[in-house]
Each structure stands twice: as C-alpha cells, then as structure tokens.
Design a protein around this ligand. Structure first.
Ligand SMILES: [Fe+2]
Ligand SMILES: [Fe+2]
Length: 330
C-alpha cells in the first residue's frame, strides 16, 4: 500500500485567476484521483493482528492534552473505561462523518445529474463520490468492529439534514459551503490529532491518513468552485449565501466537535465534567478556529457584510479574517 501524503492540499491550493486556471485545477484533481486512491477493502489490512479493535486496548486512552482526557474525572476512571471512552469518541466521529458524507454524495449526484454534456465538473464529482463511498465503508467497518453502541447525529438533526442533498437544485454555491462546513472542521481536527502524535492504534492512523489525503482534494475542489462561481453570482443569491453560510457553519462545526450525547449517557459523565471539557473557552476557540479557512475564503470573496457578520458572531464563529489581522499586527 502506498503511504498517503498529507500535503496535497497545499500543493493544490493555487489561486484561480480565470477559467483556464480553474479547468487546470480540475484536471490535476482528476489525475490525482486516478494516481492515488485507496479502497476500503483492498488497502486496509483489516485482518492484521495488530489492526484488531479491542475496546479495552490502552491505545484508545485519551492523551492528557485532550480536553476530556485531562479532566480529573477521566483520569480517575479504570483503564478499561478510559479506553472505551476514547474509542467511543473516535467511532462516533466516524459515524457522524459517514452520515454527513452520505448526504454529501447524494447532493453531489443531484448536482451531476443536471450537468450538461462536456462540463468538466462531472468527472471530478464522480471521482469524489467514488472516494466518499470508500470512506463510508471504512468508517462503518471501524464502527462495527468497536462493538460499542455508536449512534450518529441526533435524530432531530438527522431528519432536518435530509433536505441538504436538495440544496444543489436551488443554489449550488450554498451546497459547496455545506460541503466545506462538514469537511473543513473534520480535516482540522484530524490533522491536529495526527500532527500531535496522539494516535496510537495503526488502524485508526491508516484510516485517518487515507481520509486526510483524499479530503484535501475534495476541499480543494469546493474552494476553487466557490472562487470561480461566487464573484459572478446575482446579488440576491449572493445575499442568501451570505446569510445562510454562518448558520450552516455554526451548526456543522458544533456537531463535529461537540461531545456525543450517547457517550455522555453511556458512561454517566457528570455534567460539570462535560462543561469543563467542551464548553470552556478553549473549546469555543477550537470551534471558531475549525472554520477559519472557510471564513477567510468567504471574506476574500466579499460575501461577509456588516449584517451577516452578526450571524457569525451569534454562532460564536467570528474572527477577523487572516489578511486583516496580519495588517493590523503590522
Ligand atoms: Fe470523506
Ligand atoms: Fe470528502
């Protein structure tokens, strides 16, 4: 198996100045999808003895730098419970991830369904859908092997989320904001965890590396699509995009980074421990940081206005765009 690289996003984050450059990006992404892709049941050694999932394995124990892992309550639990909580959290993130990607795939297919012949986006969207199918399979296989009672999104949210595959029929740009709203926070957390060297289990590491490598392409496509399309959007659609974006991002980042309710109930985690770990200022800063890239992009595209900035602030995800911050510091 080829080792998935993690710096692909950087390589592909070229500025799109005109349509030729945009088409060039799609070409490179298409080629990269053909050259480097991973299959859930061909490239992951599920049967390797070292890759087996045992819920009591100490390798699942959260590191002391983790916000839940550092609490007094967590450290005083028996090692098996600490391990099970660690695994519960990883598996829940995968379950929510696969549900989000299920919605995403349906939306991508709705978008592709209506594309006229000859449109370059068609092929890339099919590559992306294929990759997401493998992500869904590897995530679900991991969840099954955890043998824990993992649930995904809260039921009410899951019901509302069923409308998202229909967004591309009304506003494709808004759909790609939804795509980034799910992919960016996951990518942020995965890169941070991997970089911090906190992943001890080889199965989790392999899944994460594959995911980061392929998501870099998906994120790159969504960003370039928005850069290419938003400047030419009619004013009203653009205004709708500006109002809906912070609401979508605020909800998505919270789902991705909040404590799973079933985990709290399953292990009877006291409310004050949950508050200490997830409602602290550091936790709120992390949510804000996880949407930083897309917030900067929206500001760069002129979508952020004084009116919709209040919505960003209300969801606790506003921060000055990077460019402005650098200028202020200079
Ligand atoms: Fe994915
Ligand atoms: Fe993706």
């Amino acid at each position: 198996m080829t080792k998935p690289p993690t710096d692909l996003a950087e390589e592909l984050r070229a500025q799109v100045k005109d349509r030729t450059a945009y088409l060039g990006v799609i070409d490179r992404l298409n080629k990269a999808s053909v050259d480097k892709h991973w299959e859930a049941y061909a490239d992951i050694p599920w049967d390797d003895p070292d890759f087996q999932v045992d819920k009591n394995d100490p390798r699942w124990i959260l590191p002391p730098v983790d916000r839940l892992g550092e609490t007094e309550w967590y450290r005083s639990q028996p090692p098996e419970i600490q391990a099970q909580i660690g695994l519960f959290r990883v598996a829940t993130a995968m379950k929510i991830g696969l549900q989000f990607e299920n919605l995403l795939k349906r939306g991508l297919l709705n978008y592709a369904y209506r594309l006229p012949n000859g449109r370059p986006e068609f092929r890339y969207v099919y590559h992306e859908t294929t990759e997401e199918c493998h992500h869904g399979m590897m995530f679900q296989e991991f969840v099954n092997r955890s043998t824990l009672p993992i649930r995904g999104m809260p039921r009410a949210l899951s019901a509302i989320a069923q409308i998202t595959p229909l967004i591309p029929l009304i506003n494709t740009e808004l759909f790609f904001v939804f795509v980034l709203g799910g992919e960016d926070p996951i990518d942020y957390v995965q890169r941070k965890t991997l970089k911090g060297g906190h992943i001890k289990h080889p199965l989790e590491e392999t899944i994460m590396r594959i995911h980061i490598a392929e998501e870099a392409r998906h994120i790159s496509f969504a960003r370039h699509y928005l850069k290419h399309r938003v400047p030419g959007m009619p004013r009203l659609r653009r205004r709708i995009l500006g109002l809906a974006t912070p609401a979508i991002l605020g909800v998505m980042a919270r789902i991705m980074l909040s404590p799973p309710g079933p985990m709290v109930r399953h292990f009877n985690i006291p409310a004050d421990v949950v508050r200490e770990a997830y409602k602290s200022e550091a936790a709120q800063d992390e949510i804000r940081a996880s949407v930083g890239k897309i917030r900067d992009l929206m500001a760069e595209l002129g979508v952020v206005t004084p009116v919709n900035r209040r919505i960003w602030q209300a969801f606790g995800i506003w921060d000055e765009p990077r460019g402005k911050k650098a200028a202020a510091a200079a």
